[in-house]
Every structure is written in C-alpha cells, then in structure tokens.
Design a protein around this ligand. Structure first.
Ligand code: G3H
Length: 478
C-alpha cells in the first residue's frame, strides 16, 4: 500500500504484528499523508533485547571503524537530502529550503561527531597515587571511556532528522546501540534517515526505529530496564519521563521562553532583524525561538515599528512554496496558540496586525504592550505570535526572564559589552547570546537548559561524554 511505512529492526523493514497503523496528517492539507506501524510492547521488548546483545560486539569494534561507518552514513544522508526534505515538507510543513538545510546540517553533524569521537575517546587519563596525602607512588590509575549500553533517542517533531542524529551519532561513536522512537509527525523523514544508516552498513540490530503511539509504547520504552540512557527533546512529556525513568543518565531538552532584552543603546535594526528571524522562523516552532521581547520604553516605539515593517514582508502560505510562515504542526497546536491570542486580546494587548487563521495556518502576529497578567507573557506558543513587554529598567527585564519556569536561552542587544556580560551573568538560562537571537547551533556548541528547560548539556562533545562512563584500571606496584 502506498504511503504506509514499515518499522526498522534487526536490519530489516517490518510490519507490526498489531496490524494497525498510525496516520500522519499533513499540516497543510489536514489530510492523512503517510501511515507508520503501530508497534506493540512485545516488539519493543524484542528490539531492546537485540540491541543489548548487538551492543556488546559493537563496543569491541575499533573506534576508527565506527567513525568510518558514521562518515559513510553522513555522505549517504547528504546524497538523499531531497527525498528526506520532501517528507519534512509534507509531515511537519517545514519550508522547503529549511527542510534541505536540516538534512545537510545533520550530515555535517554526523561527520563532526565521528571526528570528535575518535579524538576524545582515543584519550584517557593516567594518574599517580602519591599526590594524595599518605600515599606512596605505588598505584597507577588508567582511565578510559566505556559505552553505557542501549541509548533511547526521542527527538521532537520540529527537527525529526537533526535532533535524531544529534543523539544517534554520539551514541554510536561511543560504542552504544541505539533505539529511535521518532515523533509521529516526522516519523517518515526519520525512517528515511535511518535507511541511510542502513545503507552505510552498520551491524544488524545496532540501530532500530520503532514507531507507534506514545500511549501504547511510550512508558513501556522509557521504563524498560534494558534501556541505559535516555536522550529526549520535546515538551512537558520530558518531565513525566524523568520522573518515571529508572537510574539511567538522562539528557533532556524541553521548552523555553527565551527573552530578548533590548537596551537603549542597542542597534535597533540589528535587533529587529534578529527578533523577526528568531521569533518567526519555522513559524516560531523552535525551542530556541525568541518568545518574549523586553524592550526599554524609550526605544520601544522605534523598535516595534521596525519589527512590524519586517513582519509585513514575511510570506505566508505553503511550505512547498518555501513561504516564511507555514501551517503549524497540528490543529490542536493552532487552537492552543489561538487561546493565547484571545486571552491577550481580552486583557488589552495591542495587536500590531490583525489576527488571521485558516486551518492550521496562522498569520504572523506581534502583540505590543503585553503585561504580566497575560498568559502569553509566560507560556510558550510554539507558533508565529510574539509578545512585546515594555520595561523601564534592565532589572525589570532580567526579573521577568528569571521568574519563568524555563531557562533555555536569552539574548541581549546593546553596544556596551560590559553591560551585556553583566546581564548574561544575571540571566538564569543555559546560554545567553549577545547581539544575536538564541540558537542551538553551531552543533558543537554546548546546549543546555536550566530549570524546566532540561537536564544535562548537549552539543557534540557533551553528548559523546554523556553517553559514556569512566572506567578505571589501577595497577598496584609491590
Ligand atoms: O527546538 C529546539 C531546537 O533544539 C532548536 O534548534 O536553535 O537550531 O533551531 P535551533
């Protein structure tokens, strides 16, 4: 049957014994575009068992060979960028050019990870005992980095390929096996990506991709005793997973409410360009999107005018036409965004554009004079709606950011580097960008959230380290 995809296990594409499939709704047409297998708990059990067994021999495969396979997968991924990007357009309405960029960035990430892996995993420590009080030089300690076992990767809908490989590549180079549970929207793009790894010739069973309903297999997977590490990117589900997961290392990247503080001496053209790019690219569906602008009152009118002029130029429509603003991922997401807009309207926010929606397509909207009693001042719309709060002091802006339950990134626009650094120090977020919008990349930079935004740190080096344990061998001299 056309448009029905199999899941991937033990080097083969299979149909689920459930006989059931899960529909993937195209956000633009709101019709079923693809179907994926609704895997059962029994299938998950087999996958984890096989992953465990295969991991043992993979860990013994020379590091340079693991790297070689990853380089091969990266090249194949880039070769297949067009069909994978096409899936991203249909499944998650990602604008056509951005979809291609996601795949190319993913190939680069896999190669970089292979290179970084051979370097950092190729080194260990050598320690001597007599530096600690009371010891003679009778003990030599050698350390190396060993894999954790089976890594479970759960990427979100907004980067089904890139945020999958950002977990897969570090896991594999470090000698782990990998079980991927892609998001339903984006699952077919992820299956195509997995096929590139299949073509590269990794051992059977080392990588598996299980699809299905979170309600059916989600808890079973995350609570399975055979899983040794969970790397998750997404929303609130991550908090629930953290509470239920056993004693395994967790890497969690959840939501954000990234604030953008604009000081009086800022380059307002630069700020406006970054606010529009940061707030509206992929229709605001990025955890690192600018989600609240905090601007000093004295420059607020000028800034809002500049932003408004740029918002007016954004194209709105189909991802196939590479429009800037495309339909948001689901109808329920569009309804949620609309709820935030209506709340702001009732409470008196200034609408810089008229609110307009057709199906899942929401026109870009800038809301000025937002106050702290409005939901949009705190909640994450994950859509093309951006609130502006006018502030009378820098402290007011910092306090607003720090009162959030999120702490992913923040940004500040000023020409005064000393002020910028003091603000960065004061902001309770994993990263602060000076004179640019928040962003995760380049993908080797550390990426982490404080508070409800996450656990642990990502970025290529951090992820490789996180997916390993230190092993010591101590030589005791007579
Ligand atoms: O949605 C969360 C992503 O980690 C953001 O990545 O800054 O490259 O868009 P990005």
């Amino acid at each position: 049957e056309d448009g029905v995809y199999k899941f991937y296990f033990d080097g083969e594409w299979r149909k689920s014994s459930s006989g059931k499939t899960v529909p993937i709704i195209n956000p633009t047409t709101r019709e079923t575009h693809f179907r994926v297998q609704a895997c059962t708990q029994e299938e998950v059990k087999k996958i984890v068992e096989t992953s465990k067994a295969v991991q043992k021999s993979w860990a013994k495969t020379p590091l340079w060979k693991r790297a070689e396979l990853l380089h091969k997968a990266a090249a194949i991924l880039k070769e297949h960028k067009a069909p994978i990007a096409e899936c991203l357009v249909k499944e998650i309405a990602k604008p056509a050019k951005d979809a291609v960029t996601e795949v190319v960035r993913s190939g680069d990430l896999v190669s970089y990870c292979a290179e970084e892996g051979v370097r950092i995993l190729g080194e260990g420590q050598f320690l001597v005992s007599d530096s600690f009080p009371g010891n003679e030089r009778t003990k030599y300690c050698l350390t190396s980095k060993i894999p954790l076992g089976v890594v479970l990767a759960i990427p979100p809908f907004n980067y089904p390929v890139n945020l999958a490989v950002s977990k897969i590549a570090p896991a594999l180079i470090a000698g782990n096996s990998l079980v991927l549970k892609p998001p339903t929207q984006g699952a077919v793009a992820a299956l195509h990506m997995v096929h590139c790894f299949h073509l590269a010739g990794f051992p059977k069973g080392l990588i598996s991709c299980v699809t299905g309903k979170g309600s059916e297999i989600g808890d079973f997977l995350t609570m399975h005793p055979g899983i040794n590490c969970i790397s998750f990117t997404g929303g609130d589900t991550g908090i629930a997973i953290s509470k239920k997961a056993g004693m395994v290392p967790l890497q969690m990247e959840l939501g954000g409410k990234d604030g953008c503080i604009i000081l009086e001496d800022a380059d307002l053209d630069l700020a406006a360009a970054n606010i529009v790019k940061g707030g509206f690219s992929y229709s605001g569906q990025r955890c690192t999107a600018v989600k609240v602008v905090l601007v000093m009152e004295s420059v607020a009118n000028t800034l809002v005018e500049k932003v408004q002029a740029k918002v007016a130029k954004l194209s709105v429509g189909r991802p196939e036409d590479d429009c800037d603003i495309t339909p948001v991922v689901t109808e329920s997401s569009a309804n949620f965004i609309e709820g935030l807009v209506m709340d702001a309207k009732e409470k008196g926010a200034t609408f810089c554009q008229e609110y307009k929606r057709e199906g899942n397509l929401i026109w870009p909207l800038l809301l000025d004079n937002v106050r702290p009693d409005m939901r949009i001042a705190w909640e994450e719309p994950f859509g093309p709606v951006l609130p502006v709060i006018r502030i009378n002091s820098v402290e007011e802006g910092i306090n607003h950011c720090n009162a959030s339950n999120f702490g992913l990134q923040g940004c500040v626009f000023t020409r005064d580097i000393n002020k910028a650094i003091l603000i960065s120090d004061a902001m309770e977020t994993g990263t602060v960008q000076i004179n640019s919008a928040p962003a995760r990349g380049p993908d080797h930079f550390p990426f982490q959230g404080l508070k409800d935004s996450g656990i642990g740190s990502q970025g290529i080096t951090n992820s490789i380290n996180m997916m390993t344990k230190t092993k010591s061998t101590v030589i005791n001299l007579p």
